[in-house]
Ligand binder design. Structure first.
Ligand SMILES: Nc1ncnc2c1ncn2[C@@H]1O[C@H](COP(=O)(O)OP(=O)(O)OP(=O)(O)O)[C@@H](O)[C@H]1O
Length: 233
């Protein structure tokens, strides 16, 4: 069986008209694909169509060979697709551990998730609302990981965080991929996210303008710049 999250020729329309067209990509277990591009390029809409917040208007989405397009959000989640949406926050009055208990199905899964986040393990009994912004985002990530995703969609984890704080989250996101999860990550800090990614996809004006190794984009600022301007490689 093909183990991968595959988008083929995907199109998404919103009230304003088509926002994504002809996007094809593949995320494999244990790999991290960074999705970058200018504001309004359609990155959030793309993730939302994968998790089922919006329905794709054309093309297909398959998870380990199961077609997703006609499935509800809940069914997609049951298949192992977890979406950390933009602006997702903690439940502030619950402790770190209680936040994780919302998604972990067993004490083992909870401990497994905390194992990946030593900084959080130390503060497991603190109210999440008392943690720093960066630590709260760690709780959000840990809660997503505790749900045992096969594939994880992460939208702008850095929103509202200083780059130096976001830097602490990057190795954790990498570790999540190393643990066998296929990660598709949308990020405004292109450079930083490319540094931990295997593959990269640049979307501009709803279309793919670069697809390939993350390192190739990092090593060639002109290529990255051109892709942002919508020049297909
Ligand atoms: N709920 C919605 N209803 C109608 N149009 C929408 C909706 N959400 C987004 N759009 C439109 O879809 C297009 C793509 O937006 P989207 O948020 O997907 O892009 P993005 O690349 O994530 O941008 P940003 O980096 O600014 O968040 C934009 O023109 C936006 O106005």
């Amino acid at each position: 069986m093909t183990q991968a999250l595959i988008l083929d020729n995907l199109a998404v329309s919103r009230g304003s008209g088509p926002v994504i067209s002809g996007v094809s990509l593949r995320v494999e277990p244990g790999k991290l694909l960074a999705l970058v591009g200018p504001n309004g390029a359609g990155k959030t809409s793309l993730l939302e169509s994968v998790s089922g917040v919006v329905t794709n208007s054309a093309g297909s989405i398959t998870l380990d060979e199961v077609p997703l397009s006609k499935l509800s959000r809940i069914k997609r989640a049951r298949l192992g697709l977890v979406h950390v949406e933009q602006g997702r926050t903690v439940f502030p009055s619950l402790t770190v551990q209680e936040n994780l208990e919302l998604t972990a199905k067993s004490p083992e899964e909870l401990e497994n998730a905390l194992g990946l986040f030593p900084e959080l393990a130390k503060r497991r009994h603190s109210a999440s609302g008392l943690l720093s912004g960066g630590e709260q985002q760690m709780v959000v990530l840990a809660r997503a990981f505790a749900a045992k995703p096969k594939y994880l969609l992460i939208d702008e984890m850095s929103l509202g965080l200083a780059p130096v704080v976001f830097l602490r989250l990057l190795p954790i996101i990498r570790n999540i991929a190393e643990a066998g999860v296929g990660v598709l990550m949308v990020e405004q800090f292109a450079q930083l996210s490319l540094e931990i990614a295997d593959g990269a996809l640049v979307v501009s004006g709803g279309r793919v303008t670069y697809q390939g190794a993350a390192k190739a984009l990092l090593d060639d600022p002109k290529l990255l710049h051109g892709a942002y301007l919508g020049v297909s490689s």
